[in-house]
Design a protein around this ligand. Structure first.
Ligand SMILES: [Zn+2]
Length: 98
């Protein structure tokens, strides 16, 4: 067991402990809910940080846009200003988890 203690980045006092919570993210216009998602929770202020490795992995599974709720601004870019498809070569699997 790894008993390394980590202090909360928010209040600097509490200890953050590994727990699980329900993670929400948006994929285009649909919300995706992932139960039992690993996270770190402060025992003093309740600050919660999602496990970055897990968030990254989820993003790879769902979509490059996962975790970026303001993505809709991207769609306002006039056609022709983008050089090709930047997602080229990446998997486009979506919502395959659910
Ligand atoms: Zn805290």
């Amino acid at each position: 067991m790894d008993e390394e203690k980590k202090y909360c980045p928010e209040c600097q006092v509490g200890l953050i402990q590994r727990k699980k919570g329900t993670y929400y993210t948006w994929i285009e216009n649909e919300i995706v809910i992932v139960p039992d998602f690993p996270c770190w929770v402060c025992d003093v202020c309740g600050h919660r940080d999602w496990d970055q490795g897990a968030v990254f992995n989820l993003g790879m599974i769902l979509s490059p846009a996962a975790g970026t709720p303001t993505f809709d601004r991207i769609t306002n870019i006039p056609a022709g200003s983008q050089k090709g498809d930047q997602r080229k070569g990446k998997r486009k699997a979506r919502r395959s988890v659910l």
